[in-house]
Design a protein around this ligand. Structure first.
Ligand code: ATP
Ligand code: PRP
Length: 215
């Protein structure tokens, strides 16, 4: 008899906040708020559904290895992860932004090897390889906007939404790499063994998303 418990991996902050109304629509309410509790496994009102609270970039790994059945992750994070062992079930259309090359307005005029600072090393490598541009990658874990200001890099690859962070630091969006939104993902085993429960969940979410609801 297959266990039909469902574990869903989420990250706190914008993904949790934007996923809450979607979960509420399918009748799932967490018992704690991840912004105030120190718990990393949250019970829900549903006896068979639990939520794991992780770093955004760790969500695909937990789902890939089966520590979670499903998860919500940004397409930026999924591209970096590579997607091995994962299926994207739905585009949830939340946490929307653009993956971009950004820098000072004249950054791309620089000849020779471009110094690119980013946490999105895979995306940056693929993008500049397609453009036929030689780069030196500088791996960072956050606050990428600082790198061009202190001449650590010529440009950055990061997500941009309003553009406020770039503007506040005298930088501009320069080149568009990809449109990003968060996806509902599942691993192969859960997709097969818990198909009925997952298909039901996806059907309800899909109906909600296509009814024009703003999550
Ligand atoms: P980590 O903690 O693993 O470094 P993070 O700090 O990027 O991840 P969040 O800031 O919560 O985590 O972002 C989660 C997801 O939301 C990102 O993967 C991206 O898809 C999207 N996102 C990031 N920044 C923005 C933004 N300013 N506006 C809209 N969506 C965003
Ligand atoms: C993200 C990203 C940018 C900013 C872009 O940072 O790394 O710095 O959002 O959004 P904007 O175009 O609306 O200004 P976030 O707010 O997630 O902070 P963190 O990644 O440093 O936690």
């Amino acid at each position: 008899m297959v266990n039909q418990n469902i574990i869903i991996a989420l990250s706190k902050g914008r993904i949790f906040k934007d996923t809450l109304p979607l979960l509420a629509h399918v009748g799932i309410t967490p018992q704690d708020d991840p912004e105030t509790t120190r718990k990393l496994i949250l019970d829900t009102n549903h006896p068979h559904i639990k939520l794991l609270i992780l770093r955004a970039s760790d969500v695909p790994t937990y789902v890939q290895y089966g520590a979670a059945d499903m998860g919500v992750a940004g397409k930026d994070v999924l591209i970096e992860h590579g997607g091995e062992g994962l299926f994207e079930l739905l585009d949830l259309n939340i946490a929307r932004c653009r993956l971009m090359v950004a820098g000072r307005p004249d950054a791309m005029l620089q000849t020779g090897r471009l110094r690119v600072a980013t946490k999105y090393t895979h995306s940056a490598e693929c993008y500049f390889a397609e453009q036929g541009r030689q780069i030196e990658l500088i791996k960072l874990y956050g606050s990428m906007e600082l790198a061009p200001l202190v001449d650590l890099a010529d440009c950055i690859v990061d997500v941009v939404d309003t553009g406020n962070t770039l503007r506040a630091n005298g930088l501009e969006p320069l080149l568009h790499i990809a449109d990003i939104s968060s996806r509902l993902i599942v691993n192969r085993a859960a997709q097969k063994l818990k198909h009925r429960v997952i298909a039901d969940l996806v059907k309800q979410l899909d109906a909600y998303l296509h009814a024009g609801a703003t999550p």
